[in-house]
Design a protein around this ligand. Structure first.
Ligand code: OSB
Ligand code: MG
Length: 368
């Protein structure tokens, strides 16, 4: 492959409003933007979706930066790659660090699909012309949650996900159901429950929820298996889905009925495609999760969600859901709950160097 240099930028931006989960409240976001350039002036783009601190995953912006600089980029410089799938070969010699790997691999795939002049979603066999999407309501205040649902309904989102907490879940979800009897609604507990609180979770069974996302500990497949036997609402695993192997474990153990796929958490496109194929062959519904990301990661997610097995709307919202200023053009805009697939090569969106420059706090260039 023709690769000339790699440029990484750390960017930071405030969220339009605080994002409140059972674990943490997010008010600003950092990301590492990876740009892989070829000799002809084409650029491929990836985004590292780790958070600034390890509240959600072990990886952070700092660990990803270090791993990219000390291991992944030097390994890529040493290898003569024929095809982006070769990236997996040198990844396999570095354990874990999935989000760092994913950001770099995504940029290589984007560059490659621009070099051969086809859209990324076509390269991976996406079958959709448009994807259906959902939105996340992350507010501890019922009043704010209700007003957010009301305003997102204007964009026609196909699925609404609210964050819940054991102390308030039944009342909170009950109120929302009363106001919106037919809303396609699901809840995300971000592992705030224990198996002793099964009675609370059973009460949620009466609210016709599409699913309950990650009620128990992030790495606990056994108790999720026990819980699923006692609930009629399908359990969807999010935090637990850290690799292709973990998906197979969860499916064989019957720890969940639905899988949330976050490309960053499983280590990139290649792993995500393996998981998609495995679930598709077994009729296990999957959907594309979100990480409060900027437009580059969203664009990759849109391409991923165009694959046939993504039968449920994902957490892929408009650019203006989180940002005053996103880094891509055009901005992502959800209309009637849908986003059309771009017919341009690669991720199908241009990256704005002006917007990037405004948000960059640190950058470094590596010659291959
Ligand atoms: O649990 O799905 C989650 C955001 C940050 C960390 C964890 C989660 C989320 C979301 C997705 O809910 C939000 C989004 O990107 O729209
Ligand atoms: Mg979740």
């Amino acid at each position: 492959m023709n690769i000339h240099s790699i440029h990484i930028r750390v960017i930071t931006a405030p969220l339009k409003k605080p994002f409140e989960t059972a674990l943490e409240t997010i008010t600003k976001r950092e990301a590492i933007i990876v740009e892989v350039r070829d000799k002809d002036g084409l650029s491929g783009w990836g985004e590292v979706v780790a958070f600034s601190s390890p509240w959600y995953t072990e990886e952070t912006i700092q660990t990803c930066y270090m791993v990219l600089k000390e291991y992944l980029i030097p390994a890529l410089c040493k290898t003569t790659m024929k095809h982006p799938s070769d990236v997996q070969l040198f990844f396999s010699r570095i354990r874990g660090n999935h989000m760092a790997k994913s950001g770099l691999e995504a940029a290589v795939w984007d560059l490659y699909s621009k070099q051969i002049n086809i859209p990324l979603h076509k390269l991976f066999g996406g079958t959709r012309e448009e994807i259906e999407t959902g939105v996340v309501i992350a507010s501890h205040s019922l009043e704010l949650a209700l007003s957010q649902i009301e305003s997102y309904k204007q964009d026609g989102y196909k699925r609404y996900k609210v964050k819940i907490h054991p102390q308030t879940a039944v009342e909170f979800v009950g109120h929302i159901r009363e106001c919106y009897p037919n809303l396609p609604l699901m809840v995300d507990a971000n592992s705030a429950f224990s198996l002793e609180e099964v009675d609370i979770l059973k009460k949620l069974d009466s609210f016709q929820l599409m699913m309950i996302e990650q009620p128990l500990e992030h790495d606990d497949l056994l108790n999720h298996r026990q819980l699923q036997k006692q609930l009629s609402t399908p359990i969807c695993l999010d935090e637990s889905i850290t690799s292709f192997q973990m998906v197979k474990n969860a499916v064989v153990l019957e720890s969940c009925q639905i899988v949330t796929l976050k490309m960053g958490r499983v280590g990139g496109w290649t792993q995500a495609l393996n998981i998609h194929q495995y679930c598709f062959e077994r009729n296990i519904p999957i959907w594309c999760g979100g990480m409060i990301e900027f437009g580059i990661s969203r664009a990759h997610n849109i391409a991923l969600a165009s694959l046939e097995g993504f039968t449920l709307p994902g957490d892929i919202s408009s650019s203006d859901r989180y940002w005053e200023e996103d880094i891509i053009e055009p901005l992502i805009k959800v209309k009637e709950g849908k986003i059309p697939l771009s017919s341009k090569p690669g991720i199908g969106y241009e990256v704005s160097y002006v917007a990037l420059r405004n948000l960059t706090i640190h950058e470094e260039n590596f010659r291959i």
